[in-house]
Design a binder for this molecule. Structure first.
Ligand SMILES: [Zn+2]
Length: 172
């Protein structure tokens, strides 16, 4: 397996039972590891409240930061603030987990990589439409142009077929 460039590792085997805090920063290099990623530019802080218990581990994962994107409405580049949180329980064994909050790792594992969990968490936090929060924050000139463009496209679609034939003749 390819070694991850920016793994979010928790070296749990060397930790004492009890609570531990882990902080990470992820950016474009992290998301580059995922070919399908919708996120490219990013600056996100990840916080993990980790608790090691006798035979399992529990953690609350939260993050906040911003991603660089293009506004769906006006096509202007802008920064979108995002945050989110989730919890995860890690158990030992070979079982297949049916609960998204529970993962199983091998008895011989000594560290945990939270990369995939955090990647999913950030993706779930993305709004369906990535755009400026308020329409007045958008590039108004661009919106006007886009509207004009879509109206003229509509008009073209609705040309009477007879006129269309005539136009073709004229253009010859
Ligand atoms: Zn916009």
């Amino acid at each position: 397996m390819k070694k991850k460039k920016q793994g979010l590792l928790i070296p749990f085997s060397s930790l004492k039972e009890g609570k531990h805090q882990f902080d990470y920063s992820i950016d474009a290099a992290f998301f580059e590891q995922y070919e399908q990623s919708l996120v490219h530019e990013a600056q996100i802080d990840v916080f993990v409240d980790f608790e090691k218990k006798r035979n399992l581990m529990e953690m609350d994962i939260s993050f906040n930061g911003k991603i660089g994107s293009i506004c769906d409405r006006c096509s202007d580049p802008f920064e979108l603030e995002i945050d989110g949180e989730d919890y995860l329980i890690v158990k030992f064994g070979e079982e297949e987990s049916i609960d998204e909050h529970i993962i199983y790792i091998s008895d011989s594992a000594y560290e945990l990589d939270l990369s995939d969990q955090v990647y999913q968490l950030v993706n779930l936090a993305l709004p369906a439409k990535i755009e400026h929060e308020k329409e007045e924050d958008c590039d108004q000139e661009m919106i006007k142009k886009l509207q004009e463009y879509s109206i003229s496209e509509e008009k073209e679609d609705k040309v009477d077929p007879r006129w269309e034939a005539l136009n073709k003749l004229k253009n010859k």
